[in-house]
Design a protein around this ligand. Sequence first.
Ligand code: 6PG
Length: 252
Amino acid sequence: MRHPSIQVHPDTESLARVAAEQFVALAQEAITRRGRFSVALAGGSTPRRTYERLSDEPFASQVDWTRVHVFWGDERCVPPDHPESNYRMARETLLDRLTIPASNLHRIPCEQAPEQAAAAYEATLRAFFAEGKTPSEGAPIPRFDLILLGMGEDGHTASLFPGTAALHEEERWVVATYVEKLGAWRVTLTPVVLNAAAYVTFLVAGKHKAQRLREVLMGPYQPDRLPAQIVRPHRGHLTWLLSVEAARLVQV
Ligand code: 6PG
């Protein structure tokens, strides 16, 4: 893996602008070269402003959204219209403001039972990424053009939480995972897919993440305790877009 790019920005607004600029550049390149752009969105709150910026000018008109295929890195096991839904957050901040075909939105069907939702989403990935392959070739490990991720105060990313089996999954692309501390089920991409991406970009803001972020970026490799460390794209670019508050304890 290439060394990660670590960028510190004065505030969430600046971080959102740079994230939107990267999104547009990668989308334009993928669409020009391969006719489509596959992106897995992050959930939580940090990406909201990035998504809002992308849905406005000058960014929205720079992307042919009919060629953009939207996936999610993880989902809470709630219905798609639930306030906690990552899908709903993306609809409100980005997707409902754009002309993007419904067939380009590949949400994790968390109205189903967790294991069923995970199996259904993996089938969606297989179908999408196997396009143009012969049955014998089968579906290669999905190589997203871009995966956006956040990081929690405990160092989790997507729904890969400390001490969970999902962190060590080496075969499946998507798993259901029960998060004790939340008392809730999640469905998440596994490291198999995260580390196959062409570009992975973390968006991290907030002073409460500074210590954990220091451990993730500068401490020993302990992914069981610091799941964000497990994201090391094998043949891809890793970028950390940090607010100055979150990066307060990081020497870049
Ligand atoms: C989720 C996200 C999760 C999130 C982090 C950071 O479903 O919540 O996938 O991994 O990115 O918890 O969340 P904030 O951006 O809200 O701090």
